[in-house]
Design a protein around this ligand. Structure first.
Ligand SMILES: NC(=O)c1ccc[n+]([C@@H]2O[C@H](COP(=O)([O-])OP(=O)(O)OC[C@H]3O[C@@H](n4cnc5c(N)ncnc54)[C@H](OP(=O)(O)O)[C@@H]3O)[C@@H](O)[C@H]2O)c1
Length: 329
């Protein structure tokens, strides 16, 4: 069936400036790490992506290795672009990354100029694009000079293969150094993509300050701790859930202590009139230094549920201290 975007797509979504840049991003962005690969049902992915766009989600996040198999999420997204989203290319912010192992040999991972530039060329081919909106160094490389990695990002922008560049998984200190190098080269760092959620709060220890000081945006990934910070596992491990089908979330990660904490958090969420997922996302978005949260979804209903977090992103001090107590226990 031919897709035509909903004319109401910009009615409700709020867009926020990414750091000090000119770019506005939706309050919630969607990532294609899981559920959009060659092993997944294409039509399910397609309905999630088109529904997201209909609800004002303009930002879709990919990486060279998303799948499985690696590369297949970009291939599938390329197919959706061709089939459905092509007329809306100028309404979309599409990102990709390179850093993790993508092909054999010494040039298939980390942060050399050789790898980053070849990898982006491959990503563009898979998606059928002339350029991505944001290209990330997916992880810092301890064995490549930061000047080389940042030089590659600068070159990519100058070649017109990406409009903006970002960093992912860099520590606060590495981020400041990378920002300085990029500034010297004349290409500013748009955004940082760190892991951040109620159960993993390392960014509060310096990174968010560095981003604010430098006017760089922040897009936390795995804001739902891959599904743990939702009602998904409150009554056991459902068949087909990520914990049953991904190496990145194992059944033994779903511990009794975590479920007890989530169950208490869920009571607070219910009192706020939110689902657990919505409260976990709102809790991240309450910090003004956060530009957007980068969620995953395996169904349209999860997507719709998560997006509704934007209806309430403020917390009373009582709610916050109750949440802190649960997280500290
Ligand atoms: N830069 C990096 O190094 C890096 C690393 C990881 C991820 N990322 C990016 O971040 C994106 C999001 O990561 P993530 O998928 O781990 O995010 P997440 O939002 O923490 O987890 C998504 C999973 O949570 C469950 N879920 C989502 N919404 C739900 C809801 N409303 N109610 C109940 N369960 C719900 C689903 O699990 P089920 O599948 O079990 O249904 C879904 O697959 C990725 O796609 C990728 O773009 C980046």
């Amino acid at each position: 069936m031919n897709y035509k975007a909903a004319s109401s797509r910009y009615d409700k979504m709020e867009y926020k400036r990414c750091g000090k840049s000119g770019l506005l991003l939706p309050g919630v962005s969607l990532g294609l790490w899981h559920n959009f690969g060659g092993v997944d049902t294409y039509e399910n992915g397609r309905s999630i992506i088109t529904r997201a766009f209909d609800l004002g989600v303009t930002h879709f996040d990919l990486a060279n290795n998303y799948g499985p198999p690696p590369g297949s999420a970009e291939e599938n997204f390329g197919k959706m672009l061709k089939q459905d989203l092509h007329p809306y290319r100028d309404e979309l912010i599409i990102s990709s990354k390179a850093g993790y192992r993508m092909w054999d040999g010494p040039y298939g991972e980390w942060g050399s100029k050789k790898y980053l530039i070849s990898s982006l060329d491959q990503s563009l081919k898979r998606m059928g694009l002339d350029y991505v909106d944001i290209f990330y160094s997916h992880r810092p490389d301890p064995n490549t000079p930061l000047e080389e990695t940042m030089g590659a990002l600068d070159q990519i922008v100058r070649q017109g293969k990406a409009l903006y560049v970002g960093l992912s998984n860099y520590t606060a200190e590495q981020t400041q150094k990378a920002i300085d190098i990029l500034n010297d080269l004349g290409t500013s760092c748009l955004i940082h993509q760190p892991r951040y959620n109620m159960m993993d709060r390392w960014v509060e220890d310096g990174l968010l300050d560095v981003l604010e000081k430098n006017g760089v945006g922040c897009i936390p990934f795995s804001p739902l701790e891959q599904g743990l910070l939702t009602n998904r596992y409150l009554k056991g491990i459902p068949e087909g859930s990520r914990a049953t089908r991904s190496v990145f979330l194992q059944e033994n990660d779903i511990t009794e202590e975590k479920i007890q904490a989530v169950s208490k958090l869920n009571d607070i969420a219910q009192n706020r009139g939110q689902s657990m997922a919505q409260m976990a996302l709102s809790w991240i978005l309450k910090d003004k230094r956060i530009t957007t949260v980068l969620i995953g979804a395996s169904s349209v209903s999860q997507l719709e549920n998560s997006l509704a977090c934007l209806e309430n992103t403020s917390f009373t001090s009582d709610e916050l201290s109750k949440i802190e107590k649960i997280l500290a226990s």
